[in-house]
Ligand binder design. Structure first.
Ligand code: HSE
Length: 437
């Protein structure tokens, strides 16, 4: 007997999912045992990317999540509500759930996974992070025998596309964003992408899987790319870097042998990345995730992070995984598979940004007068900030432009030095401050 899928949403991802399930030839034979039996849509009359028998469609999404003949509910409507409530109702009705909804999972994972574990059903989220790149299953399974030290990702295609074009064309953020919106690479409201919120949802999910605990989204530092200028990209290039929006999660080493607390850093911000770094050549809309773990070393996953085909590939892989498990364990398993269920109970401790130790890049505009570079250097020195390089590049509107790269410093010390520098006579502006990997 086939496994029945109820699809909530027939937009881009829903249509891509149906396309794969309706055309199983030359794919895994398990797919031919999966049937789409109901599809929830907002309106019955809208033109759709795929033709489905009209009798499958309904505008009553509640009917799908309560339908006793459905085994797996696939939520691809996006947004927080009604997606969250429908997922919870599906779980309460004993359905397994596949969702591409990073926003819901990053905010409500405790509620959703507690409910799923109590109900004995799976909630699978491969499509929620980096679209077509298999990263959730590798973290849950093959990589989970390792001690994961660090995950560094380019997990937002829109911002990677914008930064890549700024780099290639020497253009400023605003003009590339407008063109990206015109071409359909950026949303009309680009906030979630360009302000780093989408990447923050994704790294919160990855950190939770990698480090075995829940992550409070509010603790994830999030800085977007609106303030990146063509000038910074050009200076970074001269210094041997590219600028990428990186999502990072890492486990800090214990402060002392007695310290048993797990301290994580989980953050999203634009970063100067050495051109030799494996992520530096990930361009355009592509995503990539670099996992560093013991003993496997570096593993990099690369691919398309969005779009119909890639996201549908991830959704269907989750459906197939559930079907494979149900075939071997029975449709109502007594126990969930330990590598596929999410059983985290505690929240991880995320270190405050002031404690972060990193290199910084800063650009200063100053009056062209004797001693300014010396005074800036003195302020840094007074706060224990050691400088790797100081260059006066040229002039902008009669102001001298000075670019500084520090050695590794505590972020709190660096910020304190900047506060002193801001009050220096002759200092006109600090147009940019960026972290350097
Ligand atoms: N808006 C996201 C991006 C894709 O630009 O990568 C969906 O998460």
């Amino acid at each position: 007997m086939a496994f029945n899928v109820g699809l909530l949403g027939l937009g881009t991802v829903g249509a891509g999912t149906a396309e794969i399930l309706l055309n199983p030839e030359l794919r895994h034979p398990l797919l031919s045992e999966i049937a789409i039996t109901r599809v929830g849509v907002r309106s019955l009359d809208k033109p759709r990317p795929i033709e489905l028998p009209q009798n499958l469609l309904t505008t009553n999404l509640d009917d799908i999540v309560t339908d006793p003949t459905i085994d797996i509910v696939v939520e691809v409507i996006g947004g927080l509500e009604p997606a969250r409530s429908l997922i919870l109702k599906a779980i309460a009705n004993g359905k397994h759930v596949v969702t591409a909804n990073k926003a819901v999972i990053a905010r409500y994972s405790e509620e959703i996974f507690d409910a799923a574990n109590a109900a004995g059903v799976y909630v699978m989220i491969e499509a929620a992070v980096a679209g077509g790149i298999p990263v959730i299953q590798p973290l849950k399974q093959s990589l989970s025998v390792n001690r994961i030290q660090r995950i560094t990702g380019i997990v937002n295609g829109t911002t990677n596309y914008i930064l890549t074009r700024m780099q290639r064309e020497g253009a400023d953020f605003g003009e590339v964003l407008a063109d990206a919106q015109r071409l359909g690479y950026a949303e009309a409201d680009p906030t979630a992408d360009v302000d780093g919120l989408d990447a923050a949802d994704k790294i919160a999910i990855l950190a939770s899987l990698a480090f075995g605990g829940r992550i409070k989204l509010d603790d994830v530092y999030c800085e977007g790319i609106r303030h990146i200028s063509a000038a910074d990209i050009a200076y970074a290039e001269k210094l041997g870097f590219v600028i990428k929006l990186l999502a990072t999660a890492l486990r800090e080493p214990p402060a002392s042998p007695e310290d048993t607390t797990d301290h994580l850093q989980v953050r999203v911000h634009p970063t100067l990345l050495p051109k030799t770094h494996p992520l530096a050549s990930v361009n355009d809309v592509y995503n990539a995730i670099l996992v560093e773990a013991d003993p496997v070393g570096q593993v990099m996953l690369f691919g398309r992070g969005a779009g119909m085909g890639p996201t549908a590939s991830a959704v269907v892989s989750d459906i197939q995984n559930i079907v494979a498990l149900l075939k071997s364990s029975g449709r109502n398993p007594d126990e969930l598979h330990p590598l596929l269920a999410c059983i985290h109970e505690h929240y991880c401790t995320i270190s405050p940004m002031d404690e972060l130790v990193t290199r910084f890049y800063a650009r200063f505009l100053t009056q062209d007068m004797p001693g300014v570079i010396g005074k800036i250097g003195t302020c840094f020195g007074q706060h224990d900030v050691s400088l790797e390089s100081v260059v006066q590049i040229g002039f902008q509107n009669n102001l001298a432009e000075i670019v500084v790269v520090t050695h590794d410093v505590r972020e709190g010390n660096f910020r304190a030095a900047l506060a002193d520098i801001r009050s220096l006579q002759g200092l006109a502006e600090i147009p940019s401050v960026l972290r350097v990997l």
